[in-house]
Ligand binder design. Structure first.
Ligand SMILES: [Zn+2]
Length: 313
């Protein structure tokens, strides 16, 4: 395709996408969703490459649970320092959702592109969008998940990460996620240490097989689902050393308090959690706080934020 025709098609795709978005907002009072991106991609299928070129640094967040919160939290933090951020904050996490975000927030360049990506779409997205960082939160099997879907998603993500020059930010407490270290990338591990809310009941886990050798995986404690302290007597597979870890979780009054040990740098956190005060609800949220110390530029680590009832003490 000639360069002129390419440019024309790109402009046409943006025009079409924005028109759809405009119509949806006027008549359906709905926010953009994935349709504008879908239309734009049908006109100019390489549009995610354009997104890639316009973002100085890119973070992709994938996994079963916690993508949207992590994405929104990260954007909230990074925005304090860098105003030009492109993100799919509304949670449309397929390729067309990322493109919709681009169409609705069109700039010539962005400091950061921060996107949550559906596990099933990861392969397609990284074909065009080359991330500097990839956060993998966890792989949970829910009722809707047909057997084999997690394995397929894992395999797709694994294979598509292999050729990339990227830093992985991995949940050390999920054996399926920590297994990504086999790729030999630069890894940053985070997790939640054993605490008073942990469960020692092995029955809560359906898939406690070692990803290294398929033998039985032993757990000394469970945090949530298959997340916890694990080791394999057969091949030695175990939690990798966490660079960022949450310790000393306490429940006082109406608040949870915990310590985030970030690279030997201790920070106290507090947050109010409304609803049922159970560890099951608490723990998945804590992981997101370990994430904020991912190796972003140093100045971003100086946190002075409050977000949805959370604060740093
Ligand atoms: Zn093993």
């Amino acid at each position: 395709m000639g360069i002129k025709i390419k440019k024309l098609k790109f402009k046409l795709s943006i025009f079409a996408g924005r028109s759809i978005s405009f119509i949806l907002k006027i008549f359906l009072k709905s926010s953009a969703g994935a349709l504008p991106g879908k239309v734009a991609m049908s006109i100019y299928p390489d549009i995610l490459k354009e997104v890639d070129q316009r973002c100085n640094k890119t973070v992709l967040i994938t996994g079963t649970n916690g993508k949207t919160t992590t994405n929104n939290l990260l954007v909230h933090i990074v925005k304090g320092k860098y105003p030009l951020i492109l993100s799919n904050l509304r949670g449309a996490n397929m390729p067309q959702g990322l493109v919709s975000a681009f169409i609705n927030d069109l700039e010539d360049g962005y400091d950061w592109g921060i996107f949550e990506v559906d596990e099933g779409s990861f392969k397609r997205v990284v074909r065009d969008l080359k991330p500097d960082y990839v956060v993998i939160t966890n792989f949970f099997r829910d009722q809707l998940d047909r057997y084999g879907e997690i394995e397929k998603a894992f395999q797709d993500i694994y294979e598509s990460l292999d050729p990339l020059d990227t830093t992985l930010i991995l949940n050390a407490d999920d054996p399926l996620v920590s297994n990504f270290k086999k790729l030999g990338k630069k890894n940053i591990f985070y997790g939640v240490l054993e605490n008073q809310f942990c469960d020692s009941n092995q029955n809560v886990v359906e898939t406690n097989f070692c990803p290294g050798c398929n033998e039985h995986l032993d757990y000394s404690y469970f945090n949530y689902g298959q997340l916890g302290g694990y080791s394999c007597a057969h091949c030695g597979f175990e939690n990798p050393e966490r660079k960022y870890e949450i310790t000393d979780i306490q429940y006082q009054g109406e608040n949870y308090r915990f310590v985030l040990n970030a690279d030997q740098n201790l920070k106290d956190f507090e947050f109010k959690y409304g609803g049922i005060y159970t560890a099951v609800h608490l723990l998945p949220r804590l992981w997101k706080w370990a994430l904020i110390w991912i190796r972003l530029p140093n100045e971003l680590r100086v946190l002075n934020i409050s977000w949805e009832g959370w604060k740093i003490l």
